[in-house]
Design a protein around this ligand. Sequence first.
Ligand code: SAH
Ligand code: SF4
Length: 376
Amino acid sequence: MSVEKTNLMGLTFEQMEAFCLSIGEKKFRAQQLMKWIHHQQEDDFSQMTDLSKSLREKLAEIAEVRLPRVITENISRDGTRKWALEVEGGGAVEMVFIPDGRRGTLCVSSQVGCAVDCSFCSTGKQGFQRDLTSAEIVGQIWLAGKSFGPRKNLGQHPVTNVVMMGMGEPLLNYDNVVNAMRVMLDNYGYGISKRRITLSTSGVVPMMDKLHEDIDVSLAVSLHAPNDALRNELVPLNRKYPLAELLAACDRYSESRTHKHNTITMEYVMLRDVNDQLEHAKQLEKLLRGRPVKVNLIPFNPFPHSGYETSLRKDVLAFHQYLNDRGVITTVRTTRGDDIDAACGQLVGTVKDRTRRNERWQKSIFLRTEQQGVAL
Ligand code: SAH
Ligand code: SF4
C-alpha cells in the first residue's frame, strides 16, 4: 500500500523540526533541509550531500519536494516574467515576476479561482475551485528563483518582494497563506523582510484582525469605491463588511504596526464613468482624510464581456491630482510586460480583447504591485 509522502516544500521551520523528530532524526536537520530546499533550490534528496546516505534514502521513501508544474513561461522585453502553473486536481494559476533595478517583485496566487466575485475581475468570473496549499504558494517563489538558474555564492535571491495579488482572496485561505508567508519571512526560507511582503484583500474584516495578531506584513485593501452603494455593486463582500467596518479594521491594523510601517495601500481600480469622476474623488478624500493610507489607482485591465471600460486618461489624471492636492498620497500603477500579457490575476487562458491593444493607454497591463505605482 502506498502511503502519501510528506511534501517538505511548504513547511515552516518549526514544522520541519517536528517532521525531523517524527522520523527519529535530530531537530537540527531541519536547518539543513530548509537550506537545501529554499537556498540551494534542490528538490532531489540524493543531491543533499551533507546528509548521510541512509537519511537521503529514507527521505526519498517518505518525503518529497513537490511543486506545481510549469505550463508556460514567458519573458517580456522589459524582463517581466509570467508563468502559468498547473495545480493538482486540474486548474491553473498564474504568477508574475517584475524586475525593477535591484528589486524583484513576485505576484503570487493564493487560490484557484475566487469566490468573492468582484464585478470587474476575470478571476471572480471563473468561480472558486480550491485553496492552494502552503507548498503550492511557497513553490511559486521556488519556481521563480529556479528560472534564473543556480545562484552564484548564494547571493541575493531574485525575488526580493512578494505581493499576494495574484489569483484568489488570500484571507479566505488564511492558514495556508500565513504558513507560506512564515516561510517567506524565515531566514532559512527566503529571508524576505516584513516590509517587502504585501497581502492584498478585498476586505475580510475578521481575518484582517487575526492577521495582525499572527504575523507582521504589509497590507493592501481593494477599496474601489468611496460609498457603500457603489462598493456593494463592485465588491459583493461589502454587503457583509461595509465600509465603516472595513476602515475601522484598517485603523486597527495600522495601530498594530510600528509607526514607520503602518501605511495601508488602498487599491482603486479606475472604471470609466463608474467610480472615476470628481464626485468619487471628493467622497474618497473625505473617507480617507487623516488615515495612514496611500491610494494606488489601477487602470482597469479589460477582458471580454466585462461590461466595463478603462478610464479616460484625463479622468485618471484629474482624480490623481484632486487627491494629491488635498494631501492623500496617490500613485497610478504603471505598465510592465505588456508584450507578454503579464496581467497578474488575469484568468489563465482567457482570450483578451485584442482590438483594444493599439491604444497605448488601454493596452497596458497593470501589475498588482504597490511599488510599481508612480506619481504622474
Ligand atoms: N483578491 C485580492 C488579491 C488579488 S486581486 C484582492 O482583491 O485584493 C489584486 C488586485 O487587482 C485587486 O485590487 C483587484 O481588485 C485588482 N483587479 C482585479 N481585476 C482587475 C482588472 N480587470 N483590472 C485591474 N485591476 C483588477
Ligand atoms: Fe477575488 Fe480579488 Fe478578483 Fe475580487 S478582485 S474576485 S477578491 S481575486
